[in-house]
Design a binder for this molecule. Structure first.
Ligand code: HEM
Length: 226
């Protein structure tokens, strides 16, 4: 434990923990996406999957793990951004920007905070049921939580569908930059691999975003209905 504390107090240790927690969160996003895509298989499959999740004995252990991961990832990102800022108090003169100073890297913390804000809204929406309570507590014919009905009714309102599409675009920017930075953090600098990793990073970020965005979009366009 002492060693782990020591490592987390070094800049490289914090970067590694930030990258590792990011990879674990991407794992969660992929599993969550697969669950969300059951919408395309209809109410029976989606509600059965949601019921299995909601009654799983490890549900709360999983939730505690997720909160810890999100907390660690956010705290480390903010800490490293503040340290970088302190270490570089003199601004670059116009036209003399550091290589890192691309649109995405300068806005990585901002996109991360926006994803966090989306997450709070999303949990209040679908987990707590506080955003559209009229859709949140419905039951299906078998007495299970009607998650399919909740999602379809929610995204039937254009403002809600659009808010999710905007959030998924911001998530895409965040993932794209985060995944591309991974190779740097883990010290992969060889040109051959860097190119391949960057393409894979872009592809994975795109798959997560397009997969998730297809849900509000399909409902909004009327391809999926009650
Ligand atoms: C269009 C995209 C998305 C849809 C349609 C969606 C759908 C849902 C639904 C229906 C639930 C409630 C499940 C239930 O009560 O059984 C849920 C929970 C959740 N979602 Fe999403 N989600 C999306 C994107 C995201 C993203 C991008 C994140 C993370 C950044 C996320 C994180 C979560 C979390 C943490 C929970 C709570 C899980 C729990 O109950 O412990 N979701 N989502």
């Amino acid at each position: 434990m002492g060693r782990l504390d020591g490592l987390l107090n070094t800049s490289i240790g914090q970067k590694l923990a930030l990258a590792a927690s990011g990879v674990a969160l991407i794992g969660f996003l992929l599993v969550h996406l697969l669950g969300n895509l059951t919408l395309f298989q209809g109410p029976e499959v989606m509600n059965a999957y949601a019921h299995w999740m909601q009654t799983h004995p490890l549900l709360w252990a999983g939730r505690v793990g997720l909160v810890t991961l999100f907390g660690l990832h956010t705290t480390l990102a903010i800490r490293l951004a503040l340290e970088n800022h302190r270490a570089r108090p003199i601004r670059y003169a116009a036209g003399l920007r550091s290589q890192d100073s691309t649109f995405l890297s300068r806005y990585i913390v901002l996109t991360g905070l926006l994803v966090l804000a989306f997450l709070v809204y999303h949990l209040l929406h679908f987990t707590v049921g506080a955003v559209q309570p009229e859709h949140a507590r419905l039951l299906d014919e078998q007495g299970r939580h009607d998650v399919y009905g909740m999602v379809v009714r929610s995204f039937g309102e254009p403002a809600v569908a659009i808010s999710y599409l905007v959030a998924m675009t911001i998530l895409g920017l965040h993932l794209f930059h985060g995944l591309r930075s991974l190779s740097q953090t883990f010290g992969v600098n060889h040109e051959t691999y860097v190119g391949a990793i960057r393409w894979a990073a872009g592809g994975l970020a795109l798959a997560i975003v397009v997969g998730n965005a297809s849900i509000p979009l399909s409902v909004w366009l009327g391809w999926i209905s009650l």
